[in-house]
Structure formats: C-alpha cells, structure tokens
Design a protein around this ligand. Structure first.
Ligand SMILES: Cc1ncc(C[n+]2csc(CCOP(=O)(O)OP(=O)(O)O)c2C)c(N)n1
Length: 639
C-alpha cells in the first residue's frame, strides 16, 4: 500500500523545493510531514516519537541551510525520517527498515544528504567537527556543519570529548541540542537537571532576549557578522557574570532555549546563526511524539511501538492463540529481580536501556540497587568494576553492539583485575531491522581473546536463568552471558535454579558421521536440522558447548576422537568466533578433521527480517541440513 502524501509534501522532491515555500506553506509542510510519518510508521513500523519531535527542526534546517553542501549530521539517526522524506526518499519510504529497502538510519551510501552514517549515539559532534575542520583546511569558509543531538545522546562522554575540542577549534560548527527530556526512557543525571534549570531560569530568559535583540538588529540593518558577533559576545559575557553556562565555559556560544516547534522562529534564528562564525550551540525544546497525542503521553512506549492503528492507537499484536515463550530480555529482567531478592550483593546497571533490557523490573522493585547511568557504556562498565571492588556483584546489562563502546573498560578495569562483574549481552547476534549498526556480531570474537573472562550463552530461557544464578555464585572474575533479541523456546520457563559447571557443554543427541557443535540459541536450529535429517536416515550428533570460554576440553576430545566431519554453528562473526575456537583446539591438539563453520561471514550484513538474514548467512536450519548433506558427499570432501 503506497501512502499518499499531503498536498504540499507531494511537491517536495528535494530541499530545493522546501526553499520555495512561504511561511504559511512551511507550516503546512510540517503538518503533511508529521501525517506522512504517522501514516507510514503505523502501517510499516519503525521508530516513531523522535521523528515527530523534530519535524519543525528538520524543515527549518533544510529551508535555511544549503544541504547537501552544508553538512547535516543526525545523532543516533532514529529521528531522521522527516529528513529522509524531504531528501528524495518520500516515494520509497514505505520500504524503511525492510529487506533491501531504506535503512532506518542515515547512511552515507544511501543518499548524498546523509552526511554521516549512524545508529549508535553521541557521534554527531565529533563527526561534525571533523568535517568543519576539513572544510577550514580546504578553504571552504562558506560551508556550514550542523550536528543535531538529543539530550539523551548528550549524556555520552564522547559528546564532551568533542565539545572540549570544538571549543578551541574556531570551526564552523553549529550544535543543535534537541532537548525533549527523554532518552528512550526518561533522561537521567545531573546534565538533565542542568538543562531544565537553564530552560526555566530567569537569567537565561534575559540572556535569550538580549541575544535575540542583537540578532534582530543584525538582520534589519545588515551589519557585518563579525561586528554583531562581538556585541553578542559582550552581551553574553555580562550575563555570564550572573550565572555561568556549561557550554559557554567550554567556549561554545550558547543560544536559546527556543521553542523547537515554532517553525517561523526557528527559521529566523537559524538564519542568523548561519552568519555567526565559530562553534555554537542552539538549545531547542521539543516534545517527543509531538502531534500524536498518545505518543506525547507515553513517550517510552511510542519510541518504537511497532505497527498500530493510527486512529485508535491500538498497537498491533501478532494473532497467535497458543501461549508463547517469553522474550529473553524479560527472562533476564525477572530472573535478576528474583536473584537480587535472594542475594543482597547483587546490583543492576544499565546504560540508558531500562525498558529495552527489562532492567526496569529491578529498578521499580529495588531502586536503590539498580542504576540507569545514561548513554554511557564506558562508565557503566567501570562503575560496575568499582562496585565489584567492594564485594558487590553487579549485573551490567549492555546490548552486544553497544558493548563495543566499552571494550577497554572490560579489559583494563574488569578482566585484568579479575573483578566479578556479570555482563549480560542482550541482542547478541543478528538483530534484524535495525541493521548493521546494531547487529551483535562481534562479541564472541572480541571477548574470547580477553584472559580471565568466561563467555556463556544459553540455548533456552531455563539455561539463561541458570547461567545468571551460577554467575552470582562464582564471585570469581568476570562472566559474559550473551543471548539474542526476541523469544526463547520454553513456555514454562520459570524453572528452579540449578548450578551449571563453568566450561561444561552438553550432548543434545548422539549420532554418527557428522558432529554439530553449537553455541547459544542457534543450537535450536541444529535441533530442527537433526530432526529433519533423521527422517531421511542421516544421524548427526549434536553437542551444545554452552561456553565459548573456557571450552569443554573433555567433550571436545571426545568429539574429535569420534568424528572426522564437524560443523560449528554460532550467531556471531566467523573470524575469531566460536568456530575459530574449535579449529584452534583441533590444531593445538593435533587432531585432523574437516570443519565447516556456520555463522556471520566477514562482511557487513544489512537489515531485514532476522530469519531472512540467518538464511542469507547460511546458518538457519535448512542451511545446516544442506551443510551436513554436503559434508557427507564424497565430492565435497575432495573439493
Ligand atoms: C551507544 C548507544 N547506546 C544506546 C543506544 C540506544 N538508544 C537509541 S535512541 C536512544 C535515546 C536517545 O535519546 P535522545 O538522544 O535524547 O533522542 P530522542 O530519542 O529523545 O529524540 C538510545 C539510548 C544507542 N543508539 N547507542
């Protein structure tokens, strides 16, 4: 179903067309754009509230700035739907986040208007500064660089590293702080309080009007930007005597706060800021979900609600009658609370993903023992290390993909000191529609080379519970438990806790000729494949290793002594992954066997349905069946 845009939006093929509109038409364009986003996301799914919140900002930016020559960098990029629709992608927007369709995030290879690829947060100021300094070097003084960053993304340390640099750079960088008081969940921390303070403070309202008075004169009389900038400077300085401003103290000129939904005012302000050289920040106040009442009211639920009925606001659920297994994240959330009630040393740590990880279950019940630390993965890990030095047992839940941010902290702060931090790596493996920026492809490989760490992965919910239970008993160095996005396999998953011996795998079924070695939830594909093969008389053996480190040496000796054809399967990258560890074992122990490794190949995997991606990467159950059959064919052995 192709969704029809409103009258004004129907004529926008590029930002050039936006620039032809008058003020009234700009307001109408905002209405059309908002409606088009509601119409599309309600039918096709995707991120929702964030794009609705920046409709006016998006229109104003494309109206005032000369994109793509001027470079517009979106932080995270989940709010860039309006940007995509205005920049030539309106008619294919219904393919957003689908297989072979548009990416849900800005992507350099998708459009010249996407100045920088994103998905992870807090990169925009650094990237924008790099571009601004490059422009200066190339003598492109007229070129503008605009980083649009949310107050949530601003809690990440990288933003401050970038501002620290920008403040001494004399570069043409405009930071637009899109402040809606929300991350996915309500934003947290002292910075959030500070932003609220400057939004409501009397001094800053005075500052605002002084600044706009000066800017107003500038537009009217056409004075040179430098002259006005220096007036502005002294006006700011006199006010700063009354109250220091965080951004000003980093040498960034601070403007605002302004109403981020007043398109006229935004256009006026941005037009003026364009003429002021140097690094500067415009603080815009917006409402996440603006224009869709329910999304304004429950902003966390409507961050990415899935498909819904746009009239009633009822979120569509799959029509499945039979009881379903829970999501792994909920098993984590409920089990953590259960364990925390039994063991008062347990603490919970999440970098800005309370709902996404289900850590919110513990946060609601035990608020003093669970922490949302903002979008700050590095801090989350080192903070957990600090807790662990004091005899506590932190469960630090970080999506596999976001843990990439905190790699040195895992090695330097946790593993070297052998601290008992329990890392729970959610969304490990391919994640589907979010695509390459979010696939949890690398954690087995990047964790496996770190000494002192245990790497476990459950095949089902009950195993996840037991791994969490075992982890808090051990107190003996770090452990990482990886589990995928989505549902497990057991309807009755709340099994009594049982200790699992660290480094012990298990035999799923006996067989002959071929042995399949799996790690984690994808072992269920191997179970399906074995069942199918048995029907045609082929009997592979299946072992689930449960630990990629330490490996079950005894079990592997048994496998390599008994089988000359081996298939490994993992929901992780092949280079350096679980399969590689099996080949290393084989070489180190002088075994010789034919080993076929199934997993994520050494290439960037795009977005699409998870099942489709598993199939493309050749590790769904059908692919395992084919791999077994091929391995048994003599020609295959020779080739
Ligand atoms: C490094 C990293 N950690 C976590 C996330 C998950 N995440 C996606 S959007 C988001 C909230 C962003 O908040 P903000 O920047 O204020 O934008 P808003 O959605 O409020 O417009 C988070 C935590 C991410 N994308 N990147």
């Amino acid at each position: 179903m192709l969704i029809q845009p409103g009258k004004i939006l129907a004529n926008i093929e590029s930002p050039e067309d936006v620039k032809k509109l008058n003020q009234t038409q700009l307001v109408e364009l905002c209405n059309d754009l908002r409606q088009f986003i509601v119409d599309n996301v309600s039918v096709y799914g995707g991120h929702f509230g964030a794009s609705l919140g920046v409709v006016e900002l998006t229109v104003a930016l494309h109206y005032v700035f000369n994109t793509p020559y001027d470079q517009l960098i979106w932080d995270v990029g989940h709010q860039a739907y309006g940007h995509k629709i205005l920049t030539g992608r309106r008619d294919i927007f219904h393919t957003n986040r689908t297989y072979n369709g548009l990416s849900g995030f800005p992507k350099i290879s998708e459009s010249e208007y996407d100045a920088f690829g994103v998905g992870h947060s807090t990169t925009s100021i650094s990237a924008g500064l790099g571009m601004a300094i490059a422009s200066k070097y190339k003598n492109e003084q007229d070129r503008q660089h605009i980083a649009v960053i949310g107050d949530g993304a601003m809690t990440g340390g990288l933003a401050f590293e970038a501002m620290n640099h920008a403040g001494v750079s004399d570069s043409n960088l405009l930071i637009i702080l899109n402040d809606n008081c929300m991350s996915i969940d309500p934003n947290v921390g002292a910075l959030k309080d500070y932003l609220t303070d400057i939004t409501t403070s009397h001094t800053y309202n005075r500052l605002k009007s002084d600044v706009w008075n000066v800017l107003g004169k500038m537009s009217k009389f056409g004075k040179s930007a430098q002259e006005i900038a220096s007036k502005l400077e002294s006006s700011l300085k006199s006010l700063i005597l009354h109250q220091s401003n965080l951004f000003e103290s980093l040498n960034l000129r601070y403007f605002g706060p302004v109403d981020g939904h007043d398109i006229d005012h935004l256009v006026h302000v941005m037009d003026d800021l364009k003429k002021i050289p140097g690094p500067k920040i415009l603080h815009c106040i917006t409402t996440k979900g603006k224009g869709y009442r329910l999304a304004e009211k429950d902003q966390t639920k409507w961050h990415a609600p899935g498909k819904f009925d746009k009239i009633t606001g009822v979120i569509r659920k799959k029509d499945i009658e039979t009881p379903q297994p829970p999501k792994y994240q909920n098993v984590f959330g409920e089990t953590l609370l259960e364990l925390a009630n039994q063991n008062d040393k347990i603490m919970g740590v999440t970098p800005a993903m309370p709902s996404g990880s289900s850590m919110n279950i513990m946060m609601d019940a035990l608020p003093d023992r669970s922490f949302d630390v903002g979008i700050a993965e590095q801090h989350a890990v080192t903070f957990s290390a600090g807790l662990a030095t004091q005899g506590l047992i932190p469960f630090c839940n970080i999506y596999s993909t976001f843990m990439q941010r905190a790699y040195d902290q895992v090695i330097h702060d946790v593993a070297i000191q052998k601290l008992p931090v329990v890392f729970c790596l959610d969304r490990a493996g391919l994640v589907g529609a979010d695509g390459p920026t979010h696939h949890g492809a690398y954690d087995i490989a990047y964790m496996r080379c770190i000494p002192n760490i245990v790497i476990a992965s459950p095949m089902n919910e009950s195993e996840l519970r037991n791994m969490m239970y075992t982890a808090q008993l051990s107190g003996n160095g770090p452990i990482a438990i990886r589990y995928p996005r989505g549902q497990g396999v057991l309807v009755n998953w709340k099994t009594p806790f049982e200790k699992i011996e660290i480094g012990k795998g298990k035999k799923i079924c006996d067989g002959n000729d071929v042995a399949i070695l799996s790690f984690g939830h994808v072992g269920n594909y191997a179970v399906e494949a074995c069942a199918e093969l048995r029907e045609s008389g082929v009997r592979p053996a299946h072992f689930d290793l449960r630990f990629a480190k330490p490996l079950d040496i005894q079990l592997l000796h048994e496998v390599f002594s008994g089988y000359k054809k081996i298939i490994t399967i993992e929901d992780g990258c092949l280079p350096g992954g679980f399969g590689s560890s099996i080949i290393e074992f084989m070489a180190d122990n002088n075994y010789s066997a034919q080993v076929v490794r199934l997993g994520i190949p050494d290439e960037i995997i795009e977005h699409g349905e998870i099942e489709q991606l598993h199939k493309d990467c050749n590790y769904d159950s059908e692919s395992i069946v084919s791999a077994v059959i091929k391995l048994l064919e003599p020609e295959y052995v020779q080739s």
